[in-house]
Design a protein around this ligand. Structure first.
Ligand code: COA
Length: 327
């Protein structure tokens, strides 16, 4: 059976910064509250006319250039997003077309903030079975289109950005995606959602007036579930693979909130200096956070490093994925 190894990483964030100080001018909040509750200092905002597909195209182009890969050799693009450009069509096929991936097809995955982990695990199955050889997995969001800046507990958290990886078939025993534990609990559906704008509640002047087309959440309940979801799935994968903390070079957690990340590390007794964190710069970019972390920490990753990705998101969805870095 083939191994599914990551051979290139890329990330993309728009230039415009929305800092805590900017938010102070927009709502009753302050830098100290936001920093102490979330660890976030600033987030990025995509300009009008650009959205998830734009992030995906930049990611694909950079991955192809970095890895010197022929665009026609890419078989598939999976785009994890819950803020796609349109409800219909998806982003992945537009990304393929606009990036010149002449032989690829694509599809989007909506598992909210767990989307990248779910998509990477899916892509690895296609490669391990021999169905495909080269897959680009993207996690990207334009969350600022769905922020209600009158809701100060939610809008301070989220930002725009994302990235992706090239996953390739290789004969490298023991390397690449090794195992994952994915989970869901639909009873959490009301705790983190965009209520209006889908097929159940199409947009109307009334629900727009009530601001139901924006993200709303029950922050306290999510916080607890996120800590338990990430730590239990990570423990399960570690146990199944005979791993102890010292075996892991890096944990790459979804950047939901610095306190969630440190609570997970604390529960597992895992040292924070081997946990990737960049939430202070980008906030929570949902499916985008894990590729953004891999991109920023790429130079610190070494061949043979055991890496654990872990995420939690709306749905609820959660999971952890264990891989051995291959370059
Ligand atoms: N600035 C200043 N004060 C704020 C504020 C802001 N931006 N937002 C809320 N407050 C106030 C509240 O009004 C409340 O005031 P009160 O005590 O006078 O009523 C107080 O701060 C505490 O609010 P609360 O909602 O209880 O805060 P919290 O400690 O639960 O923190 C979150 C809120 C959202 C930061 C926290 O619950 C969280 O991070 N949850 C997880 C969210 C998440 O990660 N979502 C994505 C999952 S993938």
């Amino acid at each position: 059976m083939n191994q599914a190894i990551i051979t290139a990483v890329s990330g993309y964030v728009p230039e415009e910064i929305l800092s805590n100080q900017d938010l102070e001018k927009m709502m009753e909040t302050n830098d100290e509250w936001i920093t102490s509750r979330t660890g976030i200092k600033e987030r990025r905002v995509m300009p009008e006319g650009q959205a998830v597909t734009h992030i995906g195209i930049q990611t694909v182009k950079d991955i192809l250039a970095k890895s010197n890969t022929d665009p026609a050799s890419i078989d598939l693009v999976i785009c994890a997003t819950c803020t796609g450009d349109y409800s219909l069509p998806d982003c992945a096929n537009s990304i393929c077309y606009q990036s010149g991936l002449s032989k690829a097809f694509g599809f989007d995955v909506n598992a909210a903030c767990s989307g990248f982990v779910f998509s990477l695990h899916t892509a690895a199955q296609f490669i391990k079975t021999g169905a495909y050889k080269k897959i680009i997995v993207i996690g990207a969001e334009k969350l600022t289109s769905f922020m209600n800046y009158e809701d100060r507990t939610t809008s301070i958290i989220f930002g725009d950005g994302g990235g992706g990886v090239l996953l390739e078939a290789a004969e490298m025993e023991g390397y690449g995606v090794i195992d994952a534990e994915l989970a869901g609990d639909g009873s959490g559906k009301d705790m983190l959602r965009i209520d209006a704008g889908g097929s159940l509640n199409p947009l109307t002047p009334e629900n727009i007036g009530e601001r139901r087309h924006y993200v709303s959440q029950d922050g306290k309940k999510i916080f607890k579930r996120a800590v338990s979801g990430m730590s239990t799935s990570m423990s399960a994968v570690m146990k199944r693979n005979g791993l102890v903390n010292d075996d892991l070079a890096w944990v790459v957690p979804h950047q939901a909130n610095l306190r969630i990340i440190s609570s997970v590390a604390n529960q597992l007794d895992f040292p924070m200096d081997r946990v990737m964190v960049n939430i202070e710069k980008y906030g929570n970019t949902s499916a985008g956070t894990i590729p953004l972390c891999l991109w920023e920490y790429e130079s610190q990753l070494k061949k043979g490093d055991n890496v654990m990705l872990t995420a939690f998101g709306g749905g609820f969805t959660w999971g952890s994925l264990y891989l051995k870095w291959a370059y």
